[in-house]
Write a protein that binds this ligand. Structure first.
Ligand code: PFF
Length: 476
């Protein structure tokens, strides 16, 4: 590749960029929904334990591998393994997964942009109608937003790691934190909010089951952007002066705190709307929560702050989630872009264009699979139901494959790259890590229970999703 590999300019830039990737729809919506369904603080505790004991070692391994090899996931797996086919499959998985996640994430980000514009332009009342969402996703205006978003994302990616991704994260992430805190503070001042706070923070361990524990792990994995090659790629842009384990811990703290505050915003808002809320109503997906349930809740705030105040609140919320999604989306696409740059020696512009074109086609296929094109709407049947093309992408690349990719990275780090090399890389830019508890824990966890748990989660998800058999119930 021409010239030197790009680098994040500063430690803060790296942490904000990695946090920008991690903090997304998963934190702001997925986490509150799952916590509400699964015992509030009980879910939070399990989730936090998974972040610390399972996700952090994987995160450190991914970042270290990236910095060591200075390559994208495919290049990293190939160069360390001496091009062994088996390991190259792992590299391909870590390349195709983020690409396909980018496809469905783009669809959600388009909707968020449209909902932001809708709320700003005074449409909150219409948006809160239960039929609005299904009409909107089949309306031709979606294509306009799609084109706008494609240009925004393409422009940022074409500006590069430092001038595009890092600069974006440095502006948007602090803005996002401030917006989140302001919205949360506002909601907490409303009547009944504390019923929601209590519901969220008083643990209900009775709602925990093996299924919810499984959910917590998948949620933590997705939220931290693990198993998608993203942290291998970002690791390759980290300076050798930085401590990988320190950076990883910071990213995990930021990501989990944002998820925590998102719960503190959304659950009380729901209880302000209706103190008798039956949380069974929340047990639908996060998508329906953001686009059908929340607009109704936001509209109800007009009793306290008028229609304009409620619209302002809704606009700020949608902008917040849109910013989080945008910083995640650019990070996901940077994975295949770096692979095109490293492996095919494409220029950045050529990589952005070629990948953008492929992604756009698949995004289009998803966009029309909500009814516009019947064969994509009823694309396949499995697990006891008919699934659209969009459902298939989500089921395979979001719900199923991440633990497998996590398992492969653990195996790769320990049995191909070897612990001694991993430790050497962790020690670069970090004088205190050799012989520390963190080093010993990472070494132990990656070679033992972490891959075992991830493999089990993968197998049980495949069996449930695609064959309709719940293995967890056999244990539960
Ligand atoms: N971590 C993001 C979220 O919680 O929404 C999603 C995500 C970002 C997934 C980046 C994958 C990725 F590469």
């Amino acid at each position: 590749m021409a010239g030197q590999r790009e680098q994040f300019q500063s430690r803060l830039g790296f942490i904000l960029a990695a946090a920008g990737s991690a903090v997304g729809i998963g934190n702001l919506v997925g986490f509150p929904v799952n916590a509400a369904k699964s015992g509030g603080a009980a879910f939070l505790l399990v989730y936090a334990a998974f972040v610390v004991f399972i996700c952090l070692p994987v995160m450190i391994a991914e970042m270290s591998l990236g910095r060591h090899t200075q390559r994208n996931p495919l290049g990293a797996y190939s160069s360390v393994s001496g091009n062994k086919t088996l390991w190259r499959i792992g590299g391909w998985l870590a390349l195709i997964t983020p690409f396909m996640i980018a496809v469905f994430y783009q669809v959600l980000t388009v909707w968020l942009l449209a909902y932001f514009v809708g709320a700003v332009s005074g449409n909150l009342e219409a948006m809160s109608d239960p039929a609005y969402f299904s009409e909107f996703i089949n309306d031709s205006s979606v294509f306009i937003y799609l084109v706008i978003l494609t240009f925004i994302v393409g422009f940022i990616l074409n500006s590069g790691v430092q001038k595009g991704i890092e600069r974006l994260a440095k502006v948007l992430m602090p803005t996002l934190f401030v917006m989140l805190l302001l919205l949360t503070a506002f909601v907490l001042t409303l009547p009944n909010a504390f019923v929601g706070v209590k519901y969220y923070l008083v643990p209900d361990f009775g709602k925990l089951s093996l299924d919810t524990v499984n959910l917590a792990l998948s949620q933590a994995f997705f939220s931290l952007s693990l198993g998608m090659g993203i942290l291998i790629t970002y690791g390759s842009y980290v300076s050798r002066k930085e401590s990988i384990s320190g950076g990883a811990k910071m990213v995990a703290i930021v990501d989990t705190s944002v998820a925590f505050f998102a719960g503190l915003l959304i659950l009380p808002a729901i209880f302000v709307f209706n103190p008798q809320t039956d949380t069974a109503e929340l047990s639908s997906s996060s998508v329906s929560l953001v686009f059908t349930f929340l607009p109704k809740i936001f509209l109800s705030l007009q009793d306290w702050v008028g229609y304009i105040g409620a619209s302002l609140f809704a606009s700020t919320f949608f902008l917040l989630v849109f910013f989080a999604a945008l910083t995640s989306q650019v990070s996901i696409l940077q994975v295949p872009i770096s692979a095109f740059q490293d492996e095919l020696k494409f220029s950045r512009l050529k990589s952005v264009f070629s990948l953008g074109a492929c992604a756009a086609l698949l995004v289009l296929a998803c966009t029309v699979s909500f009814g516009m094109v019947p064969w994509l709407t009823e694309f396949m049947s499995y697990g006891g139901g008919t699934r659209s093309f969009f459902d298939l992408v989500i089921d395979v690349f979001y719900e199923t494959i991440l633990p497998l990719n996590g398992f492969v990275i653990c195996m790769f780090a320990v049995y191909c790259w070897k612990r001694a090399k991993l430790n050497q890389e962790m020690a670069v830019g970090d004088d205190n890590i050799s012989g520390s508890f963190t080093e010993r824990y990472v070494n132990f966890a990656l070679g033992t229970f972490v891959p075992a748990i991830l493999l089990f989660v993968f197998i049980s998800t495949v069996s449930l999703k695609f064959f309709g058999v719940n293995l967890l119930q056999a244990f539960g």
